[in-house]
Ligand binder design. Structure first.
Ligand SMILES: Cc1cc2nc3c(=O)[nH]c(=O)nc-3n(C[C@H](O)[C@H](O)[C@H](O)COP(=O)(O)O)c2cc1C
Length: 255
């Protein structure tokens, strides 16, 4: 089984490619959390995968939440792997994962990192179409290699995208995620068509359509930026509605 989370398709694409190579079933963390599905039976030879984006050099809050509740019945040292997608560097996100799994008596067998398009528009601009394809072409080989290793249940650290000082990067950046999860900076313009997609896709129920427009009803969210990137009217912005840093959804996968 492959547990994955994705807001703009990068991790979804990687997870689907791995699922196609291994024949393993996909479980979307948003749906698992919504359905309060935390108990999974693991077959003797089954692989257990996690495919998620890196946030602030660490793990998305939805994965932490899910892991706290996760119960793997039938676990007997099966192969567990983590695939991180990122825009540049993963830092020590895999170290966080190993520690969280260890607390539950589970052990992380293999780690992978895939550089894809950076969707973090509060800091970066989304590149043009050609650059997007160039970055995603570069990721294909890394995904192919990961698929081969995962199929063979290869153990070890295969992540070539940790950055030069992964531990330091994570310890400096990750504490900012707590503050960065505030929903205050989201703004909506009059371009909003009230379609409700943002409410539907928000992984933590932080958005409610009220008076025909989204309202953030929780002080914090996962900060995945799915609402901003996928808004069909491009009406959701981060702080400055007049500063357009682009929108992104991985063109190689269906939303
Ligand atoms: C809140 C947030 C924080 C991020 N932090 C990092 C980071 O520390 N390092 C990095 O390389 N990319 C970072 N990114 C970029 C994402 O990890 C990257 O675009 C990822 O592939 C998105 O996955 P998805 O398309 O499956 O949602 C961040 C993105 C968001 C939204």
């Amino acid at each position: 089984m492959i547990f994955y989370f994705s807001a703009t398709g990068n991790s979804k694409y990687a997870a689907e490619r791995i699922a196609a190579a291994t024949n393993d079933r996909l479980i979307f963390l948003r749906d698992a959390v919504r359905g309060r599905s935390y108990r999974y039976d693991v077959a003797r030879e089954e692989r257990i995968g996690f495919v998620v984006p890196v946030y602030y050099g660490g793990l998305p809050s939805i994965l932490r939440f899910f892991l706290e509740k996760l119960e793997l019945t039938g676990y007997r040292e099966q192969y567990i792997y983590l695939v991180l997608t990122c825009g540049q560097w993963t830092g020590d996100a895999a170290g966080q994962m190993a520690a969280l799994l260890k607390k539950k008596g589970l052990s992380l067998s293999a780690r992978f990192g895939i550089v894809m398009v950076d969707n973090f528009v509060p800091a970066f601009h989304i590149p043009g179409e050609e650059e997007i394809q160039r970055i995603l072409d570069g990721a294909e080989e890394v995904i192919d290699d990961a698929c081969r290793v995962i199929r063979a249940k290869g153990g070890g650290d295969y992540n070539r995208s940790t950055g030069p000082v992964p531990g330091a990067l994570t310890s400096v950046m990750y504490p900012a995620y707590a503050h960065g999860r505030s929903t205050k900076p989201f703004v909506v313009t009059d371009h909003c068509i009230g379609c409700g997609l943002c409410q539907e896709i928000c992984p933590c129920g932080a958005i409610l359509i009220s008076g025909g427009k989204p309202a953030w009803i929780k002080p914090q969210c996962v900060r995945c930026l799915g609402c901003l990137h996928r808004c069909p009217a491009q009406a959701i912005h981060w702080k400055k509605p007049d500063e357009d840093r682009g929108r992104y959804y991985n063109p190689r996968v269906e939303p």
